[in-house]
Design a protein around this ligand. Structure first.
Ligand SMILES: Cc1cc2nc3c(=O)[nH]c(=O)nc-3n(C[C@H](O)[C@H](O)[C@H](O)COP(=O)(O)OP(=O)(O)OC[C@H]3O[C@@H](n4cnc5c(N)ncnc54)[C@H](O)[C@@H]3O)c2cc1C
Ligand SMILES: *[C@@H]1O[C@H](CO)[C@@H](O)[C@H](O)[C@H]1NC(C)=O
Ligand SMILES: *[C@@H]1O[C@H](CO)[C@@H](O)[C@H](O)[C@H]1NC(C)=O
Ligand SMILES: *[C@@H]1O[C@H](CO)[C@@H](O)[C@H](O)[C@H]1NC(C)=O
Ligand SMILES: *[C@@H]1O[C@H](CO)[C@@H](O)[C@H](O)[C@H]1NC(C)=O
Ligand SMILES: *[C@@H]1O[C@H](CO)[C@@H](O)[C@H](O)[C@H]1NC(C)=O
Length: 359
């Protein structure tokens, strides 16, 4: 009985701490002086192999022209290069240049929305622009980018690099790269090219084959400087969460996916539970102005993470399977009860969303 009260108390404390505000992650690129002698990590502060990645130099271009100069210079010097972003959210070591003498090119300052063509419904962005900027800028012109990952702190270059996607089985599908109509990429060039080359890749254009490869390049084919994306007229979404047991999941998956444009399924196999997100497009004149602030994607105070980690390590050490299941169920229940962070009354950010919450 006592251990159970201690356990509940611990969770209450964790929840209180989680509700407090955390800090954004540290800069992933750190240099000792004048952009030389650098280390790079991801936003989690550790790569899967826990090694430290070194680079001789970091560069922060603020235009495509800067990128060309930087790439030419490094090519002439036979230096290896990798592209990093403001926070570098990918877990694998994709941003690490080989060896100790590499150059990191950050897209942190390539952060401008270049042009919105309202008539053609196209937006042209520098590659370091975040999904959040894209959504905000498009909305100002009454437009929207339909399918996106769960979180908006990611950059266009990073999203393309890893084949990131939202959730739909409809139309062209939910991958960001399927909405690219043009991109500009800076690659190493020959001496005659001045050691760097800019290519404009277009659907059905001169470099159509290259375009298909460059769209999901893992960052190894060059520095994407600009991207043009196809937008749609702004709309709202009607969202309902439905939690059920998983008895008929295998019969449901495809049918459910076909039925709702933004269908999304979260399966908790150990709990034999499934949460279906019934999520459809509705006209933007439907009333309602929801806000979605998913607890899993908020900044979390280090102390809360520390407690969660030590609880997990303790359970691992003791082989406490029942404890892990209990924590898992409590987490899922808390998420479901809080409707995964959806509210009907937020009016600041998700202008495009109409939310109906059923638990
Ligand atoms: C909270 C959270 C939620 C997420 N949800 C989803 C989701 O719902 N669906 C999904 O598919 N993914 C999701 N992801 C994964 C995310 O889409 C990828 O990790 C993405 O690559 C991160 O983008 P980034 O801007 O941080 O890029 P980084 O991690 O910095 O870079 C990724 C790769 O792209 C390359 N790159 C970046 N910019 C350029 C450029 N300009 N030119 C050439 N190469 C470049 C880098 O070199 C690297 O190889 C999520 C991640 C987080 C942190
Ligand atoms: C820093 O680098 C720039 C050019 O790369 C150079 O002009 C400048 O002298 C350097 N400053 C120091 C303090 O080393
Ligand atoms: C490079 O940076 C490390 C710390 O990250 C420091 O210990 C080392 O002295 C630096 N080397 C040079 C040549 O500045
Ligand atoms: C190009 O390289 C030279 C010498 O290595 C350096 O002084 C200069 O700052 C570099 N320019 C750019 C844009 O990186
Ligand atoms: C799952 O739910 C259905 C009703 O939706 C019910 O008929 C079935 O018995 C449940 N299965 C289990 C294992 O609880
Ligand atoms: C909402 O917009 C649709 C077209 O998108 C239109 O048919 C409908 O009449 C509008 N409803 C209201 C209440 O304005």
């Amino acid at each position: 009985m006592l251990t159970r009260s201690v356990w509940i108390l611990k969770w209450v404390i964790i929840m209180i701490i989680i509700l407090a505000k955390g800090n954004p992650p540290e800069e992933p690129i750190k240099c000792s002086n004048n952009f030389t002698n650098c280390t790079i990590t991801n936003s989690y502060g550790a790569f899967p192999d826990r090694s430290t990645c070194h680079a001789a130099e970091a560069a922060y271009p603020s235009s495509e022209q800067d990128v060309v100069l930087i790439v030419a210079n490094a090519t002439r010097a036979k230096r290896k290069m990798r592209v990093a972003t403001r926070y570098s959210h990918s877990i694998p070591k994709l941003v690490c240049p080989d060896g100790e003498n590499g150059l990191i090119i950050s897209t942190e300052n390539l952060n401008r929305v270049i042009k919105i063509d309202k008539e053609k419904m196209l937006v042209t962005l520098e590659s370091g622009v975040t999904l959040r900027q894209l959504i905000d800028e498009a909305a100002k012109s009454g437009l929207a980018f339909p399918y996106t990952p769960y979180w908006w702190g990611l950059t266009i270059g990073g999203l393309l690099g890893t084949g990131a996607h939202g959730s739909t089985l409809w139309g062209d599908g939910s991958s960001i790269h399927d909405y690219v109509v043009q991109m500009r990429i800076v690659t190493a060039g020959s001496e005659e090219d001045g050691y760097a080359k800019v290519r404009t890749l277009e659907e059905n254009g001169e470099f159509d084959g290259e375009m298909k490869a460059a769209k999901v390049s893992l960052g190894v084919l060059g520095v994407i400087s600009q991207v043009t994306l196809k937008l749609q007229p702004m709309f709202k979404r009607s969202v309902t969460f439905l939690a059920k047991n998983d008895t008929d999941l295998s019969d449901q998956v495809i049918a459910f996916g076909r039925q709702h444009e933004f269908a999304d399924i979260t399966w908790y196999p150990s709990q034999k539970r499934v949460v279906y997100r019934i999520d459809d497009r509705v006209s933007s004149n439907v009333s309602g102005n929801g806000l979605w602030d998913h607890p899993g994607f908020r900044s979390t105070p280090s102390l809360a993470l520390l407690i969660l980690r030590s609880t997990e390590e303790d359970q691992e050490a003791k082989g406490d399977a029942a404890g892990k299941c209990r924590n898992g169920k409590l987490t899922t229940n808390t998420l479901i009860r809080s409707a995964f962070g959806l509210t009907n009354d937020g009016n600041i950010i998700f202008k495009t969303f109409h939310l109906k919450i059923t638990i």
